[in-house]
Design a protein around this ligand. Sequence first.
Ligand code: ATP
Ligand code: MG
Ligand code: MG
Length: 314
Amino acid sequence: MIITVTLNPAVDKTIYVEDFKLGNLNRIKEVRKDPGGKGINVSKVVAKLGSKTVALGFLGGSSGEFVANSLNDSPIRDQFIRLEGETRTNLKMIDTITGQETEINEPGAKVKQKDLRRLENRLLDTVGTDDFVVLTGSLPPGVPQDIYAKLINQVQASGSKVILDTSGQPLVEGLKSKPYLIKPNLEELEVLVGKKLNSLEEVIKAGQKLQQEGVTVVVISLGASGSLVISKQSILHAQPPKVEVASTVGAGDTLVGALAVKLTAGSLKEAIRYATAASANSVAQSGTQVCNKEGVKELLKQVNIIDKSIKIVS
Ligand code: ATP
Ligand code: MG
Ligand code: MG
């Protein structure tokens, strides 16, 4: 089973405005609301690919109910803790003339100590001995920076594996607990190592260092250039097929979700092949749509996996 944790979910509200003028009265042409949050997106991908998934985290108020209702209509099992505050709304404004996108995100409802304890208990009650737990996204106010580190220790002590997809200090702290897999994108990796990485070789070296420090699998995603997968056994460069890009939103979440699905059975190489096809399929879909199984299958043969191990190891 794949369990996802979204500590700071959101309602993603997209407004379409024709020729937006700062400081003026602008009229909205169209509004859409979608449940948001990286863990929820990962669960959506997992469910789409036909595997069992449970989503945990915090929800509150009417926005929280909106998110919960959307889960009700899906195969995702809702194990969210309800808290007193209101789940945040993240606003995205699209100017229909210029195509320019502006995002304004709320920090999220404050989480109390007692809520955190309830979440920890629920996670430990939910997790079995060979599940994958995906910890992903930013932290809401009130949650300590080392929360992921703590959850990793607890989950991995029970025999399950953690996939950590976050950035900044929660990633720095989380690494200390040696998660099974991390998936920084290039920018997140550069922030982590504190320097620009100017070649594939430099990226591989940085990834190898993290692997040697205790992360079993380091996946560095490189957008249209695919991903590098670094483990003790091999260094692989997964190259996606060329697809017409409709929306890159959620490409990383699709990579993570599909990896989790395939890692439960099968080799790392086949898992990254599948996940690369899935995320390519996802970028070819517009808006918040995730991948679909048939589309992924069609792209599988077009994924190129290059073994970089031989050249690099020194
Ligand atoms: P997110 O915004 O969802 O967090 P991310 O920045 O973490 O995304 P990316 O590196 O942008 O993740 O993308 C994840 C994966 O999606 C890549 O490793 C690649 O396999 C696939 N992907 C991204 N962009 C493209 C593209 N233009 N064509 C094909 N595949 C792509
Ligand atoms: Mg990206
Ligand atoms: Mg990402």
